[in-house]
Design a protein around this ligand. Sequence first.
Ligand SMILES: Nc1nc2c(ncn2[C@@H]2O[C@H](COP(=O)(O)OP(=O)(O)OP(=O)(O)O)[C@@H](O)[C@H]2O)c(=O)[nH]1
Ligand SMILES: [Mg+2]
Length: 355
Amino acid sequence: MDIGILGLSASGKSTLFTLLTGQTPDARHDAVTTGMATVPDERLDRLSALFKPKKHTPATIRYVDVPGIPAEHGREGSLNISELRTMDVLMVVVRAFESDVVPHPLLSVNPIRDLERIEEEFLLQDLLVVEKRLERLQKDLMKRKVPELERQQTVLRKCHEILEEGRPLRSVDFSDNEEKELRGFTFLSLKPLLVVVNLDEGDVGTDPFEDPAWAILKDRPRMGFSSACATLEGEMADLDADDAAAFMEDLGLADRALDRIIRDSYHLLGLISFFTVGEDECRAWSIRRGTPAVEAAGAIHSDIQRGFIRAEVVPHDDLLETGSLAECRNNATLRLEGKTYPVADGDVVHYRFNV
Ligand SMILES: Nc1nc2c(ncn2[C@@H]2O[C@H](COP(=O)(O)OP(=O)(O)OP(=O)(O)O)[C@@H](O)[C@H]2O)c(=O)[nH]1
Ligand SMILES: [Mg+2]
């Protein structure tokens, strides 16, 4: 599960990547760097405060810093396509900060224009893939009718129409079967998209998306919208927790922009968390929404999945309220669930298994 960070050059991608992951990107121009970010979760923090475990293990997600899209002479070069195709979510950093020291590659600051350029590039790349495949299919189907290929042709024709209209594929509700057909093509405009506006220092605390110009873009499904001022976040990262809190209060900021970006990323990846608790470790595990209990066990260990007997499940807030698993057993907030139970976000799960 990877989130690719992309955008025009000098938009602040690497600065944000470092703040999110603590990793310094490789300085080589074409290098790709990967780093992990911790998913902030106050539910897990509260469970750890209750159990005082030896180990506290939050969920993590992976970011990939992809080299910038050059925009020389007002025209961007091609995207680093092969890197982006393997990503699950794309995070586009668009620049809203002014700087004489670091000129914008297009010489003026306009985040909506930059986002639209990148989205156009996605559409173009997807269109190329669709057209090439449709051509091939037509040839093959002339020779021999194959039902599978005909199905693929139907879906790709639909995609072609959407892309020609200038709409990203993620804006369409495909059926499960259609989605299966499309999976292998790794279309860029089908991937969930997180837009991060890198704010000017002077605009910290304002919401850039209130500008009506964002309205059409904001209506699109499977997109997230966040903003941060990378330089300010960098300054805050150097402060200790108390000073950072005071600093944020001075600026009237309710929460950390980086935390919001990570939470939005997690959400766009389609992930939820369940917890395991105890004196040894309190830990968050990432699964897709709707994952059955037996499969979720596999996130912890394949033995637990293989030897699954039952899952003991209690919502985290019930556990926090009663204060112990034993008490939850007594008051029946702790339930026994079978293999098919879809684990819910925030469940505390204790597996019984036998191998
Ligand atoms: N004033 C200001 N400068 C910023 C901000 N974010 C990044 N910068 C500066 O912009 C320059 C480029 O930042 P990077 O993070 O390297 O940008 P990038 O998008 O990774 O650039 P490429 O990898 O070359 O495409 C650096 O000098 C940063 O210090 C910001 O919020 N405000
Ligand atoms: Mg960079």
